[in-house]
Design a binder for this molecule. Structure first.
Ligand SMILES: Nc1ncnc2c1ncn2[C@@H]1O[C@H](COP(=O)(O)OP(=O)(O)OP(=O)(O)O)[C@@H](O)[C@H]1O
Ligand SMILES: [Mg+2]
Length: 364
C-alpha cells in the first residue's frame, strides 16, 4: 500500500512539501538536523495520529504554528486510490479524513496504513518494558484478526471498572462479578488471538532472522499474563485479596509479554547492541512478511531511521536485501547516502531525496 503522494505542513522544521515517493525504496539523506526524521515522523502521524519521538504532539508542530497536517494518496490493489489526511493542533485535537469522509477513530488510520518503524531506539523492544512488546504483538494481531479490536476495547473497559472498584476498597466480592465476567470473556479471547498469531509468526521470524544474522539458540516465547495451568476466572478469584490490597488487577492479558532468550538467558542481557538491533529488525520484518502472506494481503510501509548506524556492511546489506524482498514501500534516512547506494537490485524502483534546512528535493 504505497504512498503515491505525500504532503506535509508544519511538522518540525519542514517547509510545506509534497513528494511523490517510489513505491519501493526511498532514501532520504542530509545533514544532522536537516529534517529527515521529521519526514518519517509525519508519515507516522498519518498512520497512528502520534509521533514516535514524543508522547505529546506539541513539540512536533512547527514553532509559531497551531496545527500540523499530513495528507497522502495511497495505492491499494484493486480499489480506487485512497486519500487520507490528519490535522492535529496544539490542544491535542485531531481531525481525520479518509476518502473525503470525517473519521472518528484512529484505528481506521492504522488499518489503512500499517506502519513499521525501525530506528536507533529499536533495540529497546528487547530490553524495555513489557508494554512495548505487547504493543508489537498487538500490532500484528490487530492487522490479521478483525475481532481483536472490539475484544481489546472490552478488556480495557472492564479492567478499568474492576480496578476503580478495587481502589475504592471495602467492597463486596460480588460487586466485581459483572466486570469480571466481561474481563474473562475478552481476556480469554485476546489470549487465543495472540497465541494463534505467535504460532504463525515464530517460523517466519526464525526464517527472517537466519537471513539476517547467525545466532543459534534464540527462542521467542509468549507469556499470556497469568498462570498457564489455570483459567483467568480462577486466577482472578484466587488473587482477589491481593488485588484489593494493592488496588489493581495483577494478572491478565494486560500483563502479557514476549520473551526472547538465548542459552536460557534474557537476550537483552547477552546480545551486542548491533545484534539486538538486528533481532528487532527480524521481528519487525517478520510482521511485514506475515501481513502480506497471512493477513488481509496488505503491505506495510517501513520507516527506517538512520539505517547505517551500528550495522556493519554485511549486516546492512542483509537488511536491505530483506527489506527489498518484502516488496513494500520503504523510507530510509541516512546522513551519507553512499553506503546505501549499491544495496539494491537494478530493477528495484528507487528514489533519492536530499533534505536541507527543512527543504526536501528529489534528486533521482
Ligand atoms: N517544533 C519545531 N519547530 C521547528 N523546528 C523544530 C521543531 N522541533 C524540532 N525542530 C528542528 O527540526 C530539525 C529537524 O530535526 P530532525 O530530527 O528531523 O533532523 P534529522 O535530519 O533527522 O537529523 P539527524 O541526522 O541528526 O537525525 C532540527 O533542526 C530541530 O531543531
Ligand atoms: Mg534523524
Amino acid at each position: 500500500m504505497p504512498l503515491k503522494r505525500l504532503s506535509v505542513t508544519a511538522v518540525r522544521n519542514l517547509h510545506p512539501v509534497t513528494i511523490f515517493p517510489s513505491p519501493r525504496i526511498n532514501i532520504l539523506s542530509g545533514a544532522n538536523g536537516s529534517g529527515k526524521t521529521s519526514l518519517l515522523e509525519a508519515v507516522h502521524i498519518l498512520g497512528l495520529a502520534r509521533s514516535f519521538r514524543s508522547t505529546r504532539l506539541q513539540p512536533v508542530i512547527q514553532y509559531e504554528q497551531n496545527a500540523c497536517t499530513v495528507f497522502a494518496e495511497i495505492e491499494r490493489p484493486s480499489v480506487p486510490l485512497c486519500s487520507m489526511g490528519i490535522t492535529r493542533n496544539k490542544q491535542a485535537d485531531y481531525e481525520i479524513r479518509v476518502n473525503g469522509q470525517n473519521v472518528k477513530s484512529t484505528a481506521q488510520l492504522a488499518e489503512t496504513l500499517p506502519l513499521q518503524l525501525i530506528n536507533p531506539d529499536s533495540f529497546r523492544l528487547l530490553e524495555g518494558a513489557p508494554k512495548q512488546r505487547r504493543q508489537y504483538l498487538d500490532w500484528g494481531v490487530f492487522h490479521v484478526e478483525h475481532r481483536f479490536l472490539p475484544a481489546w476495547q472490552r478488556l480495557q473497559k472492564s479492567l478499568k471498572q474492576r480496578n476503580s472498584l478495587l481502589r475504592r476498597g471495602r467492597i463486596e466480592r460480588s460487586m466485581l462479578s459483572p466486570w469480571e465476567t466481561e474481563l474473562v470473556a475478552a481476556g480469554e479471547q485476546i489470549d487465543l488471538f495472540r497465541r494463534e498469531y505467535i504460532s504463525q509468526l515464530k517460523p517466519v521470524f526464525e526464517a527472517v532472522l537466519s537471513e539476517l544474522l547467525r545466532l543459534d539458540g534464540l527462542s521467542l516465547s509468549y507469556y499470556r499474563g497469568w498462570d498457564k495451568e489455570r483459567s483467568l476466572a480462577e486466577v482472578l478469584d484466587s488473587q482477589f485479596d491481593r488485588d484489593l490490597s494493592i488496588g489493581h488487577t495483577q494478572s491478565g492479558p494486560q500483563r502479557a509479554d514476549l520473551r526472547l532468550r538465548i542459552q536460557g538467558l534474557n537476550a537483552a542481557e547477552v546480545l551486542s547492541r548491533g545484534q539486538q538491533k538486528l533481532v528487532v529488525c527480524a521481528l519487525k520484518l517478520a510482521q511485514g512478511r506475515m501481513l502480506k502472506e497471512f493477513g488481509r494481503q496488505q503491505d506495510c510501509v517501513f520507516l527506517v531511521d538512520d539505517l547505517p548506524s551500528e550495522l556493519d556492511q554485511n549486516h546492512r546489506q542483509a537488511l536491505c536485501s530483506l527489506l527489498e524482498s518484502l516488496d513494500c514501500q520503504v523510507f530510509i534516512t541516512c546522513v551519507e547516502p553512499e553506503p546505501l547506494l549499491n544495496c539494491w537490485k537494478k530493477e528495484t524502483p528507487l528514489s533519492m531525496f536530499h533534505v536541507e534546512h527543512g527543504h526536501i528535493v528529489q534528486t533521482e
